[in-house]
Ligand binder design. Sequence first.
Ligand code: SP5
Ligand code: ZN
Length: 347
Amino acid sequence: MRCVESPKHRLHDPVHEVQFGVPIPAFEVPARADAIRSALEANGGFELEEPAEHGLGPIEAVHDPGLIRFLAEAWDEWRATNEAPELFPDSVLHPALIEGMGPPHEPRSPLARAGYWCFETMTPIVAGSYEAGRAAVDVALSAADLVLGGEPIAYGLCRPPGHHSPRAAFGGYCFFNNAAIASQHLIDRSGEPVAVLDLDYHHGNGTQQIFYRRSDVTYVSLHGHPDRAFPYFTGYEDERGAGAGEGSNLNLPLATGCDDATYLAALDRALEAIERADPSTIVVSLGMDTYRDDPICDFALTTPVYGEIGRRVAASGRPLLVLQEGGYHVPSLGENVVTWLRGAEGR
Ligand code: SP5
Ligand code: ZN
């Protein structure tokens, strides 16, 4: 199987995130992608290649130009007046602040701008965040090109992840929405509809938002129920899409402790919905934070079930573009990803 990876992910090396109001060690760290890469190399059945640069065009096709500009400028602007090694917002633009009013002004200071574009306190901008985020997009697009070129399956080792970033904001450890950008690229090149199957523990609020009113991308997600799980405000079953996208969004929120059998039953429902949508390609947002030992999540999946999940997804017979999202138990990441991909390849 051909896989795309960029060493530039290491340029995004955050030290902290803020949870429960205090700085704690960052979970979304370079060691995650390094562990997956090592496991792919050690296995022998995977060919690793570096991405080709695709420029800003595919990102501009999905994201607000102001968001892209901010991410490109933020670190240098912050550095000009601050010594702190990470930029976190301290005030974010709550929608009620401007209820009944016109569009807000984008602030000038980097701190205030961070609160204009970021929706939480877990995704610091550090010196290399933008370059790493751009490389993750190129990884996703290069893997998409492999599928467009006829590969039945390709894997993009994206880091930082992407599925929490909507059109005009970032957060949840994500900068650019790699899966959404790759999905749009597939549509632009093929003219055919796609489905995104989001298997990260967290609801992919960003991907859902980007395609909510469109019928050419079906979004289907299995995730921790928002009554307890980040991103808290989306992921409910009654979010079914709107306008032209009515019925093309399916959320399957799951309870604490979700085990292999419960997960596979929900996966079958997800796959039935995808069959009905009849997409030309399935883009898989693959999070390994559903694993039983994940430090910030509460599902109970075991390593062997990832092989079965890969098999069932591949049984659709459609080309698969598999893109890495979350997963924070570093020691198990490599084996779990390899097990998933081997299952999908039928070996
Ligand atoms: C891509 C991705 O997986 N992003 C996830 C971002 C989740 N950030 C942490 C959310 C807060 C979790 N609180 C955990 C409590 C553990 N007992
Ligand atoms: Zn996640």
